[in-house]
Design a binder for this molecule. Structure first.
Ligand SMILES: [Fe+2]
Length: 445
């Protein structure tokens, strides 16, 4: 782990302790109910132990709901202390538990310091804003409380996300703004739903602490539905990719072609410094780019000689057929555009639509380079695999006419022997664990 990151994570304990001390000086008009405090601390600790892997680099759990409830129900100093305590217990359990798949601990102690610390800082911001808005809107009754809770939720989300994004950016050497945009794109809706549940939890349990336990059911339901949605998405992707692999296997010469094209495409996209979300979109599309060949008859697909005009016309339908099949799966809503355009050419002489230049989506331009490279460097019934130098010379020949110049250059830069720019991305970023719009177990994978 980088020293700068380690220092940043450990240093989070200092502002957490400072805000807790400062808040103790604030006058408090409400009494802390010890039973409700114990219930919410326990719920928060349990929720922290059941995260859902939403994407490869993002995990979410239900703790945002419980943290907002604590901020709404308790005075600021108590709220910050309770949230810190809940996280320490939850993360402490994660430090002991092992991941059955890898055998490693789910958290290391430095995660515990950072996660508890940054959540306390975010809770302090939320609590102060909540008290301020609630006091200013004293006459507005229920509406004032709702507005104050909304403002507190926004403050907690912003502080939480900022602190986590800085850690993730230090960890991956990427721009914090890019990490922020990716994280927000994934978790904003779920976080909003969890905050709404948290407000409800606060309203219900304020007078009747034990009712907080009843709220476990909808919270668990939210968590479960998120898990099911993630599983469903994974199963869909796996099924469609298996179909694409079956198409590859129909021809012994194209065995694993889609996997190779996906891996080359990812290398090009990373070399071009595309955001990780876009890299993943391109990888998914590249994995299934020739799916439409499922409708091309064997005698055409396996033909060794030159295709007749009719046969070539049949072959040229595969991008559209592939996009049509993918239209049935919401997971490929964006990717199908790339599949449809993967045989377009920069000079407009490609198919099916004859698009040219930047009218062709960037992901499709990248896939076209990867596709051509894999085709040229693999054996074919009518020729042996080309030498890498010959294939590269061919790519250079069509640079700017057949293929996108920038994508060709990026690909060339990734080849062995090329002078590489230092990689900004080191593979998939380790999971950024967020709760309440953030929180992180960046170091735990
Ligand atoms: Fe194709």
């Amino acid at each position: 782990m980088r020293l700068s990151l380690r220092l940043y994570l450990l240093a989070m304990a200092a502002p957490a302790a400072a805000v807790a001390m400062l808040l103790l000086r604030l006058p408090s008009h409400t009494q802390a109910d010890p039973i409700l405090a114990a219930v919410l601390v326990g719920l928060g600790a349990i929720a922290a132990n059941f995260p859902v892997m939403v994407t490869k680099s993002y995990k979410a759990d239900a703790t945002p709901a419980i943290e907002l409830a604590i901020v709404v129900v308790f005075p600021p100093a108590a709220a910050v202390a309770l949230i810190g305590l809940s996280r320490l217990i939850g993360e402490g359990a994660l430090c002991i538990r092992r991941n059955p798949a890898t055998g490693t601990r789910r958290r290391i102690p430095i995660d515990l310091v950072f996660n508890a610390g940054q959540l306390m800082v975010a809770a302090a911001a939320g609590a102060v804003i909540f008290q301020g808005v609630a006091a200013a809107m004293r006459d507005a009754d229920g509406a004032g409380l709702f507005l104050a809770a909304t403002a507190a939720a926004v403050a907690m989300y912003v502080v939480n996300t900022t602190l986590v994004v800085v850690a993730a950016a230090l960890n991956t050497q990427r721009s914090p703004f890019q990490v922020w945009a990716e994280a927000a794109g994934v978790d904003l809706k779920q976080t909003a739903a969890l905050y709404s549940a948290g407000y409800l939890l606060a309203v219900i349990s304020g007078d009747h602490p034990w009712l907080a336990l009843v709220m476990m059911a909808p919270l668990a339901g939210l968590q479960l539905s998120l898990k099911r949605a993630v599983q469903m998405r994974e199963q869909t992707l796996a099924a469609v990719e298996s179909m694409a692999d079956v198409v590859d296997r129909r021809d012994p010469y194209t065995f694993q072609h889609s996997q190779s094209v996906a891996s080359h495409s990812v290398r090009i996209a990373r070399q071009m410094h595309l955001p990780e979300r876009e890299v993943e979109l391109i990888r998914l599309a590249a994995r299934v780019h020739d799916l439409g060949k499922i409708a091309v008859p064997d005698q055409v697909l396996h033909k060794h000689g030159r295709l007749t005009d009719e046969e070539f016309a049949l072959m040229k339908m595969h991008p559209e057929t592939g996009a049509e099949i993918l239209a049935k799966f919401p997971e490929y809503r964006q990717g199908r555009e790339l599949v449809l355009a993967h045989h377009e050419r920069i000079d407009g002489r490609g198919y099916p639509r004859g698009l040219s230049g930047t009218a062709i989506p960037l992901g499709a331009r990248i896939m076209a380079v990867a596709d051509a490279w894999d085709a040229m460097t693999s054996d074919r019934p009518y020729r042996a695999a080309l030498e890498q130098s010959v294939a590269l010379a061919e790519l250079m020949r069509g640079r700017g006419t057949q293929w996108d110049a920038e994508a060709v250059d990026a690909f060339a830069a990734t080849l062995p022997g090329a002078v590489l720019e230092p990689a900004r991305h080191t593979g998939i970023a380790a999971p950024v664990l967020r709760s309440l719009g953030a929180v992180a177990g960046i170091l735990s994978s």
